[in-house]
Design a protein around this ligand. Structure first.
Ligand SMILES: *Cc1c(COP(=O)(O)O)cnc(C)c1O
Length: 357
């Protein structure tokens, strides 16, 4: 494996107040970087001071959007060692996104090595207050300076780190979601399964419209028939109908395969719940509600882990779920998964990786 060069900062920053972190606004002292070109492949892996780098207005990423990213979290275990939740799943997904966007594959072992090296250097930035974490953001961008439409020949890979506050500083409050059948996030054959900048750009307009109407997030339906549920905002979605958990199947190709989604499916099955990964139409959701069988709805993602849905609006039809309170199952699965992340629950699936092991 290639040696990772280390260039330390001469001017370490003041650590922030753990009580006022917010999300993704503060960055640590260092970042991991490597470069790609046709002759050398990925090369020059290094940890260097976090900071600006030179770009040109002609750089391809600004025009044609070859940009992918990941999101994970690091914590400290009981011994104070940095641990990361399911990092290898995130790195593998980065390569799946890369393939879809014609970005060259990375060496997954080298990326994990790079992340471990970076976390070791910036470990003092991992916050310890309840609910806080160090958010990890790997990303790859195309760097050719050219306006021709084709895959870039040069790329840069970064991992940057951001201490983040408790997502639920004021306790978990259910969100209000607006079902849009006007706008779509992704379509079959498109890039929905990839974690790419363009999907987020495509989602902003509908999200702003929903906010104007007083809703927190958009619930996306499939791009062809505007019928089947796909995701909620930038999270996967689960419905608890009677005692069964239903979540949209990834087979449609337009849904991002969340690692939290997979963790919920795995954990719920382990706890003896029936889980169905299948098509679920918005009609079925409303019908289940009408019959009193829609017990809980929640989103899943790295940032919030579990985000209960309290109110849904579809076609001017507003329904309230579980009296607009977080449900029993949502609480249980939230405690299980965050417990594993923080080391207070046994890590039965081997999800937590210590950077020193
Ligand atoms: C990242 C992301 C998710 C959640 O994935 P996790 O791995 O659980 O964080 C869901 N949907 C979209 C569109 C995403 O980008």
């Amino acid at each position: 494996m290639e040696n990772i060069r280390i260039i330390r900062t001469n001017s370490p920053k003041q650590k922030p107040d753990e009580k006022a972190l917010g999300f993704g606004a503060i960055f640590t002292d260092h970042m991991f970087v490597m470069d790609y070109d046709i002759e050398d492949g990925w090369h020059n892996p290094r940890v260097e001071p976090y900071g600006p780098f030179a770009v040109e207005p002609s750089m391809m990423v600004f025009h044609y959007g070859q940009a992918i990213f990941e999101g994970m979290k690091a914590y400290r275990n009981k011994n104070g060692d940095p641990v990361v939740f399911r990092p290898l799943n995130g790195i593998a997904r980065l390569n799946r996104s890369a393939e879809r966007l014609c970005i060259p594959q990375v060496d997954e072992k080298l990326v994990w090595q790079g992340l471990k090296t970076l976390l070791d250097i910036d470990k003092d930035w991992i916050p310890t207050a309840e609910g806080t974490a160090l958010y990890i953001r790997p990303l790859i961008i195309s760097m050719d300076c050219s306006l021709g439409v084709r895959p870039s020949h040069t790329y840069r890979f970064f991992i940057i780190l951001s201490p983040v506050g408790a997502y639920y500083a004021e306790g978990i409050k259910p969100v209000k979601i607006y079902v849009t059948d006007e706008y779509v996030r992704a379509v079959k054959g498109g890039m929905g399964f990839a974690k790419t900048a363009g999907n987020y750009a495509a989602s902003l307009y509908a999200a702003e419209k929903a906010k104007e109407k007083g809703y927190t997030q958009v619930l996306w339906l499939d791009g062809c028939q505007h019928k089947y549920v796909e995701e909620v905002g930038t999270m996967n979605i689960f419905f608890k109908i009677d005692d069964t958990l239903v979540t949209p199947t990834l087979e449609v190709g337009s849904i991002l395969g969340g690692i939290t989604r997979d963790s919920v499916v795995t954990m719920a099955e382990h706890m003896g719940y029936k889980v169905e990964e299948r098509l679920i139409s918005i009609d079925e959701v409303y019908e289940a509600h009408k019959q009193g069988r829609l017990k809980e709805v929640f989103g899943t993602g790295t940032a919030a882990v579990i985000s209960p849905v309290g109110v849904m609006c579809w076609d001017d039809n507003v329904i309230e779920i579980n009296n607009n309170e977080m449900g029993e199952f949502s609480k249980l699965i939230y405690n299980k998964i965050t417990g594993i992340q923080r080391g207070t629950e046994e890590d039965i699936f081997g999800w937590v990786k210590n950077i020193y092991e």
